[in-house]
Ligand binder design. Sequence first.
Ligand code: DOR
Ligand code: ZN
Length: 349
Amino acid sequence: MDQITIRRPDDWHLHLRDGAVLEHVVPHTARRFARAIVMPNLVPPVTTVSAALAYRQRILDTLPPGTDFKPLMTLYLTDNTSPETATEAAASEHIHGVKLYPAGATTNSDAGVTDLARCEDTLAAMAEHGLPLLLHGEVTHGDVDIFDRESRFIDQTLEPLLQRHPSLRVVFEHITTAQAAEFVASGPDRLAATITPQHLLYNRNHMLVGGIRPHYYCLPILKRERDREALLDAATSGNPRFFLGTDSAPHARGAKESACGCAGCFSACAAIELYAEIFEDAGRLDRLEGFASIHGADFYQLPRNEELITLRRQDWTLPGEYNLGNDTIVPLAAGQTLRWRLDGQQDTP
Ligand code: DOR
Ligand code: ZN
């Protein structure tokens, strides 16, 4: 097969940042995806409907006229997010979820939730109005090993949460373990998960054997090979509750290549190409469209995209870095040769 044509995909988990960085990262996503769920972990975090709408406008302002790309906004859940704010968010056509960052879990999560018990009324309002809760699924207690944080979250937080709120719609973001894949697959229809390219491509050895490779460092951290295999099985299973979410998370080169480097992999510049390679290697290219372009839209109760994209089998080399204004950014799989190329793609390092 020398080309694949699928419905235009959507990215159901994306970091775009703000300010001067926007114009450098938004075009990569807008070229590939029709829509993206935009994460709210800015400084300060996006905690109100008016802040989310203003952020949406700043994103739209970076798009060249005629670009067809819709940012789908989210709010950042804090201990103080009121049920009224959740109700107002649910009524907005531009807001599609509320993101839970356990305080201290990851980049810009200091304002996150310290105790979910403080959010019960707000979660109930979200359930009532059908507004999904998007989870960074890791516990943050200092005594829990970083490789166990997702598993502990399932037992301690997620399972009881689903029981307490039997109609709340939940997206377990960027799952990284066999246990999470199994939990979602055997869970209710109102529970879904996104899976990143890095968690489908790499295990922790890729990051740590033969030297520390900071551009593979993201949170939740890469796990074992058997976890990667379970995620690959889930992504390519055809189960509609698994869908594409890159978690593309730009950090300047210097912030990654540092004695205390930031978490996040930047994949927006080759995301659908990487997923195509992953699905082809798994012998399941026929299921790429469901994962990338159908399952997420159905879960979020949004229309499926009507436009198409075409990927052609043609080797191209991912640049070692892209421009980020005064900085540069190193993409996931930098310098590697990819075998699928997006039709009409221009190189804009
Ligand atoms: O690796 C990550 N980077 N994981 C997250 O949860 C946040 C993200 C970021 O914002 O940089
Ligand atoms: Zn993220």
